[in-house]
Design a binder for this molecule. Structure first.
Ligand SMILES: [Zn+2]
Length: 378
């Protein structure tokens, strides 16, 4: 462990781009949950709060050939041509319009640029508010509202282009990140830890799937039952993901940051509250800081626009607050830490603070510990 991150600038970097609003699946699928409104409402909420002190940066377009860091060139060409021809359906969930290709390039480019800036030491935390999302996109297949895999591109770019040796990806979107898992399943330089609601779309990610070949052990799948809440999600992070991540010793931590495990989300059945996301973000930020690794979050799902905005407004202050770092330079403007460091929970939350594990949660934890403990010291 070291504290290399301690000298880094305390201001978080916030990446977004108006091109991401051009992707509008509702043109072909009226009422589609992935609407540009998700980002419009989010950015309005942040603007009202002066961006919570974060530095706003444009998410640059990725050069299309760099998509081949993780994607098949012929697949990229097919998506590009579909968009250029006016768009249409890729599958029953996934639709593109002409502007979707540019949106996807800015989404991927924002994630890659964030990884670059973090590795260069320009900040120790970043957030990428982009769409389309990415974690369902496989090397040769776009699906599940996702065209190209933004977080996988950021990880692959960090390693291939920016000198990182190991990248930890934590996927806390409520759906399993099948694309990220497929792309890295043979690689020991990317550790993917994925918490997701079991039996939900896309149906991948059983506990027993640990990756394969040289990558065996470097995929951690943590399915949770429907109606799981913060106690189980945070326990899995604290007791499984973070200890494994610590042993892996990454140079960069990325989060596939979905907010669809929120109790109000229309597409899933978990019970996290807005404050839960602040708490789990703080857990991950503390772990990243302990490791001296910068932390970058890439937006994935979250389909109630108002709730998504509320969650991001809760998460950014939790990320910017620092565990034990000098507060001297903060000039009183530092938002309070969202999660308690230890000891008693800071407030009674319906879906739980520390503890509050039900017997069924304990069983999930026990099985996860047995599986992941085969590969990592927990
Ligand atoms: Zn999702």
């Amino acid at each position: 462990m070291n504290h290399a991150a301690a000298h880094l600038a305390r201001t978080g970097l916030f990446f977004s781009h108006p091109a991401c609003l051009g992707h509008d699946p509702s043109v072909y699928s009226p009422g589609h949950p992935d609407t540009p409104r998700r980002l419009i409402v989010l950015e309005a909420a942040l603007a009202e709060r002066d961006w919570l002190g974060w530095r706003q940066l444009p998410a640059p377009a990725l050069a299309p050939e760099r998509l081949e860091l993780v994607h098949d060139g012929a697949h990229v060409s097919r998506i590009r041509e579909l968009c250029a021809g006016g768009g249409g359906a890729i599958d029953p969930d996934t639709f593109v319009v002409e502007a979707s290709f540019a949106a996807a390039l800015h989404a991927a480019g924002g994630a890659c640029e964030m990884a670059r800036a973090l590795i260069a030491g320009e900040a120790d935390v970043g957030f990428c508010a982009v769409r389309p999302a990415g974690h369902h996109a496989e090397a040769e297949r776009s699906m599940g509202f996702c065209l190209f895999n933004n977080v996988a591109l950021a990880a692959a770019s960090a390693i291939a282009e920016r000198g990182a040796e190991r990248v930890l990806i934590i996927d806390w979107d409520v759906h399993a990140g099948n694309g990220t898992a497929e792309i890295f399943r043979h690689r020991p330089d990317v550790l993917l830890a994925c918490i997701h609601e079991q039996d939900l779309y896309p149906g991948s990610g059983p506990l027993q799937d640990a990756g394969s070949g040289e990558g065996e052990g470097y995929t951690i799948n943590l399915p949770v039952p429907a109606r799981s809440g913060e106690p189980l999600w945070s326990a899995l992070l604290r007791e499984i993901v973070i200890p494994a991540g610590r042993a892996f010793d990454p140079d960069l931590v990325l989060v596939s940051c979905g907010f669809d495990a929120h109790a109000a989300d229309p597409l899933a059945n978990c019970l996290l509250q807005t404050s839960s996301f602040a708490h789990i973000a703080a857990l991950v930020q503390d772990a990243a800081r302990d490791l001296g690794a910068p932390l970058g979050l890439v937006l994935e799902g979250g389909y109630d626009s108002a709730v998504l905005a509320e969650c991001v407004c809760a998460v950014l202050p939790a990320l910017a607050a620092s565990a034990g770092a000098p507060v001297a330079g903060a000039a009183g403007g530092e938002p309070p830490r969202a999660a308690p460091r230890s000891g008693a929970p800071a407030g009674a939350r319906s879906a739980g603070s520390e503890g509050g594990l039900q017997r069924s949660d304990e069983e999930v934890l026990r099985r996860a510990r047995a599986q992941v403990g085969r590969y990592w010291p927990l």
